[in-house]
Each structure stands twice: as C-alpha cells, then as structure tokens.
Write a protein that binds this ligand. Sequence first.
Ligand code: GRG
Length: 296
Amino acid sequence: MSSFKDYLSSRRELVEAGLDRYFPDGMFPKELGDSVRYSLLAGGKRVRPILTIAAAELFGTDPERVLPFACAIEAIHTYTLIHDDLPAMDDDDYRRGRLTNHKVFGEAMAILAGDALLTEAFNLMARESLAAGLPPKRALMAIQEIATRCGINGVIGGQAMDMLNEDREIDFPTLEYIHTHKTGALILASVRTGVLLSSSTKRDIDRLTEYGRCIGLAFQVMDDILDVEGSFEQLGKQTGMDAKQKKQTYPSVVGMKQAKDVLASLTDRAMDRIKPYGGRAAMLHEFARYLQTRKS
Ligand code: GRG
C-alpha cells in the first residue's frame, strides 16, 4: 500500500481535476464564474472530498464513482468559507493565502458565488448520479445526508449559534454544539457519503459515523489551537482572530492543555472505531493522525 503522503497527493490531484471539470473556465456571467473559481481553485487541503473517497475505498468503491459527491462537498465547503469571510460574518481579509473573495470581487459577487457553489453542488450530485446510473436510493440517501448536515440542524445552525453568541460567555455544551455543527457536521457528512454510496451494512455506517463525529470535532478543536499557535504563513489566513473577536474556543474555555488532551482522545476514539477493518482502513487511520498533527 502506498504511503499516506502519496495517497493524499494522488487523491488531491483527482479532486483538483474534478473541480476544474465540474466548474470550468468560461462560465457565464464571467465575473460570477471568475469569483467561483477564484475561491474554489485556491488550493485548500481538500480534507473533506478526500475523506469521502477514502471512506468509499474502504469498501472497495472506485473513487471515480464518488468524485461528483466529493467535489460537491468541497464546493459547499468553499461557499461556507466565502460567506463566513464576509463583513457581516467574520469579516476576514485573507483566506487560503490570498485576499478573501469579497475583497477581490465585491460583497454582492461574493454572496452570489457562495449561492452558486451551494446550488450547483446539488445539481452536480443529481446530474452525475443520473448520468452514471447510480442506484437511486443510494444517491438520494447521500444527497439527503449532505443537505441535512449543511442545513439548520447542521452547518448553518452552528454558524447561527456562533454569530448569536459573539462577545458572550458561553457554557461548554453551547461551545460543543457550535463546533459539532459549524465544522463537524460537514466532515461527518463527507465520511458518511463515501459509506452510503458503497456496498456497506448498517454496522459499517454506525462505525464510520462515530469515526466521522470524532474527527469532525477534533478538526475544529485543532482549528482553535492553530488560531493561537499557528502563523499566517502556515495557515494562509490571519491568526489570533478568535481572541480578537472574543470568540469562545476550546483553549479559551478549557485551557490549552486540556484542549490538546481532548484532541488526542477524540483521535484515539476515531481510530478505535475503525480497528475492525484492520489494514484495509490504514488510510483512514492515518487521516485521523494527520488531522491531529496538521500545521495548516
Ligand atoms: C457561512 C453558512 C456559513 C457557515 C460557515 C465553516 C464555517 C461555517 C465557517 C468557517 C470558519 C472557520 C474558519 C471554521 C473553522 C473550521 C474550518 C471550516 C476551517 C477551514 O477549513 P479547512 O482548514 O480549509 O479545511 P481549507 O482552506 O484547507 O479548505
């Protein structure tokens, strides 16, 4: 089996090619197309689409079969970043190492680019499922999974709760709600989508759901830690923003040491859930470790 580094880079290449194909140069109106591609093809880590592919591959599914779903998830993720950076939300100037979308294209076009990415993501999943003749029930289950985890009971609910509690002291359950919804939900959906589109049993879905929940929360805990300990050069965005915006985070609520302990125990729990698959789950195992030790 190839090393994890090779695995990441080969699956990343697949995702980049898919994004470029599904959101091609020359979309009309040109300004909207340019705004969409500016953020989408700005070189993110592609964690979520690679997780979809890796979860599918655990069950022997060809990456090409899930690629439209993986790219749709990355498009949705990119929309959340564009909207989150807007002045009405986090008001950030830099993302993925370059100026934020609204700084380059203006607020109206940034809002529309986000809207377009979200809408076209669902178009992409439905269209390519029909074209590839995917079993309709599996395709619909995956589409519903993504819609649910991105909606009021997922990302948008988490973001709303985050906005509503700015400048306020929050209790631990509220912090956990924000993290598991704002960030964890889409990561969980990424894993579950790969499983739902594969030949998997209820037991498989349950195991991978717990894996996805753990790494989803771990991802945001790490994001909180990196906002304190990381740098612009590593992250491609301004750091120290949580403290500046008086946001409650794991380090600010439970302290840095305990935040790191939580991160370690979530990672261990995620790995434990996929143990029954042995070596077949090596890439998902490495993925959990990578998310715990990432610097960007
Ligand atoms: C605006 C509906 C709406 C939701 C926004 C995801 C989100 C909710 C806001 C982003 C704010 C943020 C920085 C959250 C921390 C976790 C996170 C999503 C980090 C960025 O994801 P990475 O690290 O970024 O995967 P790349 O650029 O690598 O894709």
